[in-house]
Design a protein around this ligand. Structure first.
Ligand code: MLT
Length: 278
């Protein structure tokens, strides 16, 4: 079977994989800085349905036997099927924003896959009616005459004031990624995110090491979102990245890589302890 999603391996060849799921409407390129800091870890990146090198949402839905109607359940099932096809049945899964929503869907649907979970600049609650309506509007714009330009204004909101002031090269890179975002992927993902349920209960009893991380200036997730997720988790580290916004992994890859390395180390220790007899 052709893998539902595009999968790329980086770093070490052996060991417990760290799977990174990207933000909307970007692709695995957003992890380049983080990956460069983690040569000792086997890292896997996946592109969302319709993004990067992945197949179209229709092909992905067909491949995992789910309806075409946009849903993060389809994306989560496609992540699990792609990893299974690559021989990965246990991994630390970390996602930023939309990637975090998918990590939560995996906690709900494919818990046995998770050796650890990283929830970065994300939230477990569902959208309110205004946010849902806004997503449908952007989906319609992207599928219509605006295409990728429907997401161009996001560059203002996804980076911190510090990044905007001091790092014009990061602003230019993110603007380019937004301009390259595929319209069909934008429309599908927006509708999928609009339909996602409250997944706070997905964290109950998870029982594996967890990281909850937020850029201090993230305009899309709040301290309350962090608190809500952290309280539901038994073994959690909370990290706040100063001077970073929503795209913390792009704005401060060193800090995010350090937090992911610590999560991975905890997960390796936890897996080992689970295997010890008695
Ligand atoms: C993302 O970065 O993935 C998006 O901000 C997610 C969202 O729109 O909720």
């Amino acid at each position: 079977m052709t893998a539902p999603l595009s999968l790329t391996r980086h770093g070490a060849a052996e060991g417990l994989p760290l799977v990174l799921l990207h933000a909307f409407p970007l692709d695995s390129r957003m992890w380049e800085g983080v990956i460069g800091e983690l040569p000792e870890i086997p890292v896997i990146t996946l592109d969302a349905p319709g993004f990067g090198a992945s197949r179209s949402p229709r092909a992905v839905a067909d491949a995992v036997g789910r309806p075409l109607a946009p849903s993060l359940k389809t994306y989560a099932d496609a992540v699990a099927a792609t990893l299974t096809g690559a021989g990965v049945d246990r991994a630390v899964v970390a996602g930023l924003s939309m990637g975090g929503y998918v990590a939560l869907a995996l906690a709900e649907r494919r818990r046995a896959l998770l050796a650890g979970v990283g929830l970065l600049d994300t939230k477990a609650t569902a959208d309110d009616a205004d946010a849902r309506a806004n997503r449908v509007r952007v989906a319609e714009q992207a599928a219509g005459s605006l295409g990728s330009r429907a997401v161009a204004p996001m560059v203002d909101a996804v980076l911190s004031p510090t990044t905007h002031r001091q790092r014009p090269e990061v602003v230019a890179t993110v603007s380019r990624w937004l301009a390259e975002a595929p319209p069909a992927g934008i429309a599908w993902a927006q509708r999928a995110m609009a339909g996602r349920p409250d997944r706070r209960s997905a964290l109950d009893g998870l029982g594996v090491p967890a990281l909850v991380l937020r850029g201090a200036d993230d305009a899309s997730s709040s301290d309350q979102d962090v608190e809500t997720m952290a309280q539901a988790l038994a073994d959690v580290e909370v990290v706040v990245v100063p001077d970073a916004g929503h795209l913390s992994a792009v704005e401060d890859p060193g800090a995010v890589a350090a937090a992911l390395r610590a999560l991975h180390e905890r997960a390796v220790r936890h897996e080992k302890a689970q295997r010890q007899p008695g």
